[in-house]
Design a protein around this ligand. Structure first.
Ligand code: DHB
Length: 315
């Protein structure tokens, strides 16, 4: 009932882990493989290993941002060579699709090209999510908002074909003209899927201390969780209306139960990722979401995810 597809890759469930939450090292990835997550999603990986930003850089729970997380991790990751070994190990342990994630820093196009070529040459990953939306690199803007370089990146990188289908993780957009421009770029490329949305840039202030709560970038970082859900649903729907069913949509932003997942399904998401929900509840969140979503589909007379996809009612 909950099986779905991203491009032509089959998933046994509707929900899986979002990049960046406890998925940086092999042990964590193995635990995700053993959970009810439908895919094993990797932390965004650069050519060289990175330590990330100085601490404190991650707020998991705070009354200042109920239901949310806030981070400026700065892309800590083990680098491409170690991550390729993680893929090899995981392939021995699980049949689940593996979604790799790449990120470029100083020269995003060249570095992503090199990363994607290495993953395709290895031939073991099923999906590659190219991150065009990290908000946390000092002195750098978010790639997904620079439409000129976005076009070059999406066009060139989607052409690196191989075992893995290529997709892009996009930042939150807020205006219809942005969706139209990005959709046109996507439809004129070989992109197989998009992941929408990444964290929302923000500044969290603790009034009791008259201070910021994280150290990097003078307290600015990316918000995830409850605050994001309406914005994420809006982004998913806007893309669903424009992508003509030709490009799969992975929805992400504030999903923590079956009802949230159902909302993304109605908006048109082929599957969903869970970030903050997993940070707050642990790996059990996937089984919970899947059990609840099955019941909701049944109550609404839907026999499968496919039957309900995009079937939002309007007043
Ligand atoms: C980081 C944060 C993100 O939102 C993202 O997409 C990638 C990386 C980080 O700071 O590590």
């Amino acid at each position: 009932m909950l099986s779905t597809q991203i491009a032509n890759i089959k998933l046994d469930g509707y929900a899986f882990n979002a990049s960046g939450i406890n998925n940086e090292v092999l042990k964590q990835l193995e635990k995700i493989a053993q959970s009810d997550s439908a895919v094993v999603m990797f932390k965004s990986c650069s050519l060289e290993p990175r330590k990330g930003n100085p601490n404190p850089k991650y707020i998991v729970k705070s009354d200042l941002i109920p239901g949310c997380t806030f981070n400026s991790m700065g892309l800590p990751n083990k680098g491409i060579e170690a991550n390729l070994e993680f893929i090899q190990e995981l392939k021995k342990q699980t049949q689940k699709p593996i979604c790799f994630s790449t990120v470029g820093l100083e020269n995003p196009l060249q570095e992503n090209l090199e990363l994607v070529q290495k993953v395709q040459a290895q031939g073991l990953a099923d999906l590659i999510e190219i991150n065009l939306s990290c908000p946390n690199i000092e002195g750098e803007g978010i790639l997904g908002y620079d439409f000129k370089s976005l076009k070059t990146m999406i066009t060139e990188l989607s052409q690196v074909q191989g075992s893995a289908k290529i997709g892009f993780k996009l930042p939150p957009y807020t205006d219809v003209t942005q969706f139209s421009q990005v959709a046109e770029i996507l439809l004129n490329s070989k992109t197989s899927f998009i992941t929408s949305i990444n964290t929302l840039p923000g500044l969290v202030i603790d009034p009791k201390k008259a201070s910021t709560v994280i150290k990097p970038k003078n307290g600015q970082g990316g918000l995830g969780g409850d605050f994001l859900k309406p914005l994420a649903l809006y982004n998913v729907r806007q893309f669903y209306e424009r992508l003509e069913g030709k490009i799969s949509i992975i929805g992400v932003g504030g999903i923590k139960n079956g009802s949230d997942a159902f909302e993304f399904l109605l908006a048109g998401a082929d599957s969903v990722q869970v970030g903050t929900g997993m940070a707050h509840e642990g790996l059990g969140v996937f089984e919970k979401i899947h059990t609840e979503l099955s019941a909701i589909l049944q109550e609404n007379g839907f026999g499968s995810v496919g039957e309900a996809k995009g079937r939002l009612k309007f007043l």
